[in-house]
Design a protein around this ligand. Structure first.
Ligand code: GLN
Ligand code: ZN
Length: 763
């Protein structure tokens, strides 16, 4: 039977019900019983949505209290030993301690799930890691769904992916050494699922989209041979990349079906159709699980029909990956421009698309004629909408040349002129941009958005914040000041709201980690800048002080990476449009007399493709987009960039190619380890390694920071070093911020005092 199904549904709730319940529970306001019932209610609602849409199987196992990798570890009876919990009787409070830590246990580490903005908890692998017992939550959920009369498919991260995404902590030479212990645990779990009468399990192995070495590849067959006999029928799911190079391996595995992501890897279909085994179903992900555009039904049907000719009823229809990465329901968007709204599909709408595609695949499309018509109309409206295309933007981009992405002089010449202009001391002190977003700031913004406060009154409230921030920085003795970013709700949203081509949703929340959600903007059209976005704030801040004031911008790649991006042109093209708008902003800031402009790119690395062979192309356009923003200024204007919370050592040449005069990076958590890469690589420009972690209210003493500076000096010459925190301070309170910065300034002074006057680099 051709089946329509999904790999997973967002668990957070259309109104973030799970977030609210979790946070109330953590504050002790509701008992566990109440939290459980919110979770159950959400699961029931989401299964019903799938059933109502006409899907043939509902997916169980996509629900998690905090994270699905952690949830899987709980099912398998594997929790890091350092917490001292018994995995056979793990309680919900203990589960949350694993995720969030407590006074005596740092939380499990968190990192991004492949190239998404979803963060999972990283399994900790040790020589003594065991998989014993485990909670029965998944079995209960499968039972719940069965009792509601649903046809159930249970979804789980696969054993090889689980091992691969974990981190070796101690005493283990290879992650695969744990496989002989892990496989029996999966067998037990799968057998109990089978005992409930569940016909299908979906086992996700997205690592198949990475560059895998022989040892990992060779582990697939024995693993799945071992799982098969005790398990319900297995649908092996791959996503986020083409797995065409593993076509022979996948076809030969003893599983009952394979899922392919045809959005990311449309070309792979042909390779799989050729000689696809008679015994297997093939699930095709033709609806985009990573973006919010309506599917083009005609195009999707073309692929499905081609597959149907070969496979008949063994064809399954799905979204490319779990719908976890898109918001829940477009029906809750009341203020979105109706034209733009007509182009979008959130998770609930995607269920209808999948159901319609199943109905239409391989058949006369009469039955889905209304859906087809609506899809064609939406596509046509998007193609010809004036909101989407701007001739002016396109003309300006076409007129650009290589000259526009290069500073007038090389760094050595620029820095001389900048030093002469700025007259900064050795080891200049600065911050990354934002200062505490106090409840008063948030209150003022909320009142302004509601219309309770007029624009002039709001602007005056923000100016008052700037005055305070400047006065505090002067009192602290910092060398390069910032205005504090009080007026910015979010570093992408603030710019998006002022640019053409961006739209914002009311409820377009996507889970980022635990109870945290983000609401990415939608880039639907050519991007341009109707008027300056930051100039007045920065100019005002500069008018209050003799010290240099930094202008602050979010870079084009970060804007792109943290938005839903249009799918009707290459990402690079959208990046260049954003870059062009930001370039104009940079030039306006420079014209206002500002000598230093910072362009933040914390998400540069996130945009890297999953396969190394595609890195160079991405890095090439990403670097060019940044340089388009930064290269229009005079030599005397100093360009800074900032990056944080990622592994940067393997893209150092590209970071250097940005040719920012100064880069500030987060390094204190790794004890300056990151900086060693910069030293070895001989990073040529100036660099400000973070000397303290901004994630905790803890105030380190000057001695600690001094030690980090000494470490930094071993790899970067003193005259090219800056002194700053790891990242922006918006999540902190003022008392700890002032205390920490005072000690940071103190550390810089002590370090300077050691350098004989005569040895200092001339300006
Ligand atoms: N300028 C931003 C801030 O200080 C940078 C934030 C970031 O790196 N994520 O908040
Ligand atoms: Zn940062």
């Amino acid at each position: 039977m051709t089946a329509a199904h999904i790999l997973g549904f967002p668990r957070i709730g259309a109104k973030r019900e799970l977030k609210l319940a979790l946070e109330a529970y953590w504050r002790g306001e509701i008992p566990e019983r109440e939290l459980s019932s919110v979770g159950r209610g959400l699961r029931e609602r989401h299964w019903q949505c799938q059933r109502d849409a006409g899907l043939d199987l509902v997916t169980v196992g996509d629900f998690a209290w905090y994270d699905s990798v952690l949830q899987t570890l709980a099912h398998l009876g594997c929790v890091p030993g350092r917490f001292g919990f018994d995995p056979r009787s793990l309680t919900l409070p203990q589960y949350f301690t694993l995720a969030r830590g407590d006074a005596s246990h740092p939380a499990m580490e968190m990192t991004k799930w492949f190239d998404t903005n979803y963060h999972y908890l990283v399994p900790e692998w040790n020589a003594d890691t065991r998989f014993e017992g485990g909670v029965d939550w998944l079995l209960q959920e499968a039972k719940e769904a069965g009792e509601l009369g649903h046809a159930v498919k249970v979804a789980l991260p696969g054993p090889l992916t689980l091992l691969h995404i974990g981190k070796i902590k101690a005493g283990l030479s290879h992650k695969l050494d744990l496989l002989p212990r892990l496989v029996p645990a999966y067998r037990r779990l799968l057998a109990s699922i089978k005992a409930l009468g569940v016909p299908w399990v979906q086992i996700d192995e997205p690592i198949l989209g990475l560059d895998l070495d022989e040892r990992w590849l060779a582990a697939f067959r024995p693993t799945y041979e071992a799982l098969g006999p005790s398990s319900p029928k297995i649908l092996l799911a791959t996503y986020f990349e083409s797995v065409a190079e593993h076509e022979a391996l996948l076809k030969s595995l003893p599983v009952s079906g394979i899922h392919l992501d045809l959005v990311r890897g449309p070309q792979q279909l042909a390779a799989f159709l050729d000689g696809y085994p008679e015994s297997k179903v093939l699930s095709l992900g033709v609806v985009d699980g990573r973006n919010i555009w309506r599917v083009d039904l005609d195009k999707a049907l073309a692929s499905l029909n081609q597959a149907h000719d070969r496979l008949g009823e063994r064809l399954w229809v799905s979204a490319s990956c779990s719908l976890l990465h898109v918001p829940v329901d477009l029906d809750h968007e009341k203020t979105l421009d109706p034209e733009i709204r007509g182009w979008l599909a959130f998770a609930v709408q995607k269920l209808d698309e999948i159901a319609a595609l199943k109905q239409g695949a391989g058949r006369d499309t009469q039955a889905i004629a209304p859906a087809l018509m609506a899809s064609r109309e939406a596509a046509a409206s998007r193609r010809r909408s004036e909101r989407v295309l701007s001739d002016a933007v396109r003309r300006r981009l076409d007129a650009l040349s290589e000259r526009d992405t290069r500073r007038p002089s090389p760094f050595a010449a620029r820095i001389r002129k900048q030093r002469a202009r700025l007259k900064l001391p050795l080891l200049p002190t600065t911050t990354i941009g934002s200062f505490p977003q106090t409840p008063e700031i948030r209150k003022a913004r909320a009142a302004f958005k509601k219309g309770a406060v007029g624009p002039e009154e709001y602007a005056e409230a923000m100016r008052a914040e700037i005055r305070q921030a400047v006065a505090r920085q002067e009192a602290l003795g910092l060398d390069v000041l910032v205005h504090g970013e009080a007026e910015r709700n979010d570093m992408v949203e603030y710019f998006g709201e002022q640019l053409r081509g961006f739209a914002f949703t009311e409820n377009g929340w996507v889970q980022s980690y635990g109870s945290r959600c983000v609401k990415p903007p939608v880039i639907y059209g050519d991007v341009s800048r109707p008027s300056p976005m930051t100039v007045e704030w920065t100019r005002y801040a500069q008018s209050l002080t003799e010290k240099p004031m930094k202008g602050m911008l979010t870079g084009p790649i970060t804007m792109l990476q943290w938005s839903f991006v249009r799918d009707d042109q290459p990402r690079s093209k959208t990046a260049f449009q954003i870059a062009l708008a930001l370039r104009e902003e940079v030039l306006d800031i420079e014209r206002a007399g500002i000598a230093i402009i910072q362009i933040d790119e914390p998400a540069l690395r996130e945009g890297l493709p999953l396969k190394k062979r595609d890195w160079a192309r991405y890095l090439d356009w990403a670097v060019r987009a940044f340089k388009l923003v930064s290269s229009g200024v005079a030599d005397e204007t100093q360009i800074h960039t900032h990056m944080c919370y990622a592994e940067f050592n393997d893209i150092l040449p590209s970071i250097a190619a940005l040719d920012a005069d100064v880069i500030t990076i987060e390094t204190s958590r790794s004890d300056m380890e990151l900086l060693e890469g910069f030293g070895e690589f001989r990073y040529p420009n100036e660099i400000g390694p973070g000397v303290y972690d901004i994630h905790s209210p803890r105030v380190p003493d000057a001695g600690e920071m001094l030690k980090l500076l000494e470490k930094a000096e071993r790899v970067i010459p003193l005259e090219r070093l800056w002194v700053n925190p790891d990242c922006g301070l918006k999540t902190r309170g003022w008392p700890e911020t002032e205390a920490a910065l005072a000690r940071m300034v103190e550390a810089a002074r002590r370090m300077r005092a050691r350098v004989p006057q005569s040895a200092r680099a001339p300006a």
